[in-house]
Design a protein around this ligand. Structure first.
Ligand code: SF4
Ligand code: FES
Length: 383
């Protein structure tokens, strides 16, 4: 079966990729122990050039992609970011910068604004500099992030903050939300750490207990009421960790359904975590994006439902959640075709229950976390 007939057989109705995530670089000044970059990021050396990225944007837009995110690593490390933003804008993309705020200053915000950047999201690690420094590996980052959050708002952007929650900062959620309120945030994503990349490596030290999670949900609810009473329109989005759900998420809206990631070296992935799966993903340096999206074997492998095994294959919910996340299934069971163990119907759900019990009992200190860093990454390098 050729790639093309495989496409027709599995999913004759493959739509266009609506979302493009441009992971411009894996380089980053921070060392977050929950980073979703691949463990072997140090093996990636040949980043796409400015001209190659412009070609990626052009091809993706021609295919129908409308939204795009610039991320990393830290995308501000790339000195051509403004050029790429301007090109994306010229092509008609809605553009979003996902950043730690490091590498940003007023002049750069103005330059990005002039280039047409639509939206900036800044990540915070904690409410206080000590925890933030311990998590991100930088004593100065916290103050810089707060300053840049203010500067972004002063430049006319909505202040959109992202805080990754885990067992070492979730008990301080009240202070975290208070800080966001004080900063004048317009929206805050309280995203419980998802277990991919470095987070999976550090799972035991990151997963909160059920009790911590319940307290955090109650805290968020209280803040929503308080904000509503004050008429302060700060949106709080609380993202529950997969490990405490009974059904999985429809990851990425389905494999190769709407979402396309281009990694720093041009590898094209259905999601930012897929790189560690045992398959070789095509590269924009070798094939046009259109051919990769519609016809390549990796993009077609988990489209539709023909690949599913029981219990998903005969489950009524399979079109809602697409059997969950392929990366999670692989990370937990070693088999990417397995039902996501998050699902209570999965024969592997006991793995999730064991992780929850571990989280209830464990008290691994923050110092035991392995920070994302080049030295450790080289240990995982396969090339
Ligand atoms: Fe979803 Fe599969 Fe669970 Fe059914 S068995 S709910 S399709 S993950
Ligand atoms: Fe890769 Fe879910 S993160 S499919």
């Amino acid at each position: 079966m050729t790639d093309r007939t495989h496409t027709a057989a599995v999913n004759g109705a493959t739509g266009a990729p609506l979302w493009l995530l441009a992971e411009l670089t894996y380089r980053c000044p921070l060392q977050c122990a929950y980073c979703s970059n691949p463990l072997d990021f140090a093996a990636v050396k040949e980043e796409l050039s400015t001209a190659e990225w412009i070609e990626v944007l052009t091809q993706a837009r021609a295919m129908g992609a409308v939204q795009m995110g610039f991320s990393g690593g830290e995308p501000l490390v790339r000195q051509d970011l403004e050029t790429l933003v301007a090109e994306a804008r010229r092509l008609g993309f809605y553009t979003n910068l996902i950043t730690s705020g490091l590498g940003l200053d007023e002049a750069r915000i103005a330059a990005l604004h002039a280039a047409g950047l639509d939206h900036i999201q800044i990540s915070l690690q904690a409410s206080d500099p000590e925890v933030a420094a311990a998590v991100a590996g930088s004593p100065k980052a916290h103050a810089k992030k707060l300053a840049m959050a203010r500067a972004v708002k002063a430049a006319g952007y909505p202040m959109v903050l992202n805080v990754v929650l885990h067992r070492h900062n979730i008990d301080r959620l009240d202070d975290i939300i208070a800080l966001c309120d004080e900063l004048g945030a317009d929206a805050v994503e309280l995203a419980n750490c998802q277990m991919y990349g470095w987070a999976q490596l550090n799972r035991e030290g990151l997963l909160p207990s059920r009790e911590q999670l319940e307290v955090a949900e109650a805290t968020t609810a209280r803040w929503r009421e308080r904000l509503a009473e004050r008429g302060h329109d700060m949106r709080l989005l609380f993202v529950v960790p997969d490990y405490y759900a009974e059904r999985p998420k429809a990851c990425m809206g389905g494999w190769g359904a709407i979402f396309m990631t281009v990694a720093p070296d041009g590898a094209v992935l259905p999601c930012h975590s897929a790189r560690m799966l045992p398959m070789r993903f095509p590269n924009v340096r070798e094939r046009p994006l259109r051919e990769i999206w519609y016809d390549s074997e990796p993009f077609n492998r988990y489209r539709g439902d023909a690949w599913m095994r029981e219990p998903c294959r005969s489950c009524d919910e399979r079109h809602q959640d697409v059997g969950g996340c392929r990366c999670q299934a692989y990370l937990l069971t070693g088999d990417a075709t397995a039902t996501d163990p998050v699902c209570s119907l999965s024969p592997d759900h006991h793995l999730i229950e064991a992780a929850r019990r571990e989280a209830d009992a464990a008290a691994a200190p923050m110092e035991a976390l392995t920070p994302r860093n080049v030295h450790e990454s080289r240990i995982f390098c396969r090339t």
